[in-house]
Design a protein around this ligand. Structure first.
Ligand code: GUN
Length: 292
C-alpha cells in the first residue's frame, strides 16, 4: 500500500514555520509581511481561492488586503492598481487572481507586477530565472511539489519523472526544475501533453508521475509502474445529478493506490501545499527577496 503524502499535514508544518519566522521579522526588523490580492469579476471559484489565501495570511501574521473590481473594469484600472502596489513599501507581495476577464491582457498585467513582488512567480523575469537556475520566486504549485519530495525524502536524482501537462503555471516550470542539477532535481524528465502519442507507454516507464492536466481520472492503474511515486495536481469539480459537487484529481486514486509507493490525495495533497508556498514566498519577499 502506498504512503499517503498528506499535504494538509505538511502545509500545517510550513504555516507554523512561516508564523514563527514572521514573528521574528516583526520583532527584529519591524517589518510585517504584506500581501495584496486583486480579484476582477465574480468567478465564484476565484472568490473562494482569494478568500482562502487571505485567511491563510491571517493565520500566520501576514497582513493581507483584497481589492475587488467588477468584471467590466478596464485594463488601465487594473494596471494602475498594480503600479500603485509596486510603489508601496508596505506591500511585499502582489497577487492578481487568474483568469482575468477576456478583455484584459493577462500577460500585460503579469508583466506590470514588479518581479520583486511577484509571489506567484508568473513574471517572465522569474520564469526565465527559474529556467536558467538563478534565484527567483518559484510558482507556488511546483514549489509545493518539490517541498513534498523534500519533506518525505523522495529521491528525484537519477529518476525518470513524467510530467503530464505543459501549463506555464505547473507543467513547464516543474519539468524545468526537476531536470536541473539541484536538490529535488537531477531527474530525467519527459513532458507529456495533449499531443503525446501513447501516454500510457511513457507513464509506465516513470519512477515519478506528476499529473497536471485537469482531466478527471486520466491516470489509471495501467499507467503506473509498481512502486512509482504519483503526484496529482488535478483539481476537477465533479457535479453529481443531485447538484452536489466534489473535488477529484487527474489520478484514479483507488485504482492506483495499490501500485504506487507514495501518492497525494485530492483533496488534501498538492492544493494545501500551493497555498502554503504562497505564504513562504510572501515572507521571502518581505525579507528582501529570494536572493537575500
Ligand atoms: N488561478 C488559479 N491558480 C492561480 C494561482 O496560483 N495564482 C493566481 N494568481 N491565479 C490563479
Amino acid at each position: 500500500m502506498a504512503v499517503l503524502l498528506d499535504g494538509n499535514a505538511l502545509a500545517k508544518e510550513i504555516r507554523e514555520e512561516v508564523r514563527r519566522d514572521t514573528e521574528h521579522l516583526v520583532s527584529t526588523r519591524g517589518v510585517q509581511p504584506g500581501l495584496n490580492l486583486l480579484l476582477v469579476g465574480d468567478n465564484p471559484a476565484s472568490d473562494v481561492y482569494v478568500r482562502n489565501k487571505a485567511r491563510d495570511c491571517e493565520k500566520v501574521g501576514i497582513r493581507s488586503t483584497i481589492v475587488r473590481l467588477p468584471a467590466d473594469a478596464q485594463q488601465d484600472e487594473v494596471l494602475s492598481i498594480v503600479r500603485a502596489w509596486n510603489a508601496d513599501d508596505d506591500v511585499h507581495g502582489i497577487l492578481v487572481q487568474l483568469p482575468l476577464p477576456p478583455h484584459i491582457d493577462e500577460q500585460r498585467v503579469i508583466r506590470t507586477i514588479s518581479p520583486t513582488k511577484d509571489v506567484d512567480g508568473f513574471h517572465p523575469d522569474n520564469a526565465g530565472r527559474l529556467l536558467i537556475g538563478l534565484p527567483g520566486f518559484l510558482p507556488c504549485t511546483p514549489a509545493g511539489v518539490l517541498e513534498i519530495f523534500k519533506r518525505h525524502a523522495i529521491e528525484t536524482s537519477g529518476k525518470h519523472a513524467v510530467v503530464i501537462g505543459r501549463s506555464n503555471i505547473v507543467g513547464k516550470p516543474l519539468a524545468a526544475l526537476l531536470a536541473q542539477k539541484r536538490p529535488q532535481g537531477n531527474a530525467t524528465v519527459t513532458l507529456c501533453h495533449t499531443g503525446t502519442r501513447d501516454l500510457a507507454a511513457h507513464c509506465q516507464r516513470a519512477d515519478i508521475i506528476i499529473a497536471a492536466v485537469g482531466v478527471t481520472h486520466l491516470i489509471r492503474a495501467e499507467h503506473v509502474k509498481d512502486g512509482a511515486v504519483v503526484i496529482d495536481v488535478g483539481m476537477n469539480r465533479l457535479v453529481a445529478d443531485d447538484g452536489t459537487s466534489r473535488l477529484t484529481g487527474d489520478v484514479d486514486f483507488d485504482a492506483v493506490v495499490g501500485k504506487a509507493s507514495a501518492i497525494t490525495p485530492v483533496p488534501g495533497g498538492v492544493g494545501p501545499m500551493t497555498r502554503a508556498m504562497l505564504l513562504m514566498n510572501t515572507l521571502l519577499a518581505a525579507r528582501g527577496g529570494p536572493e537575500a
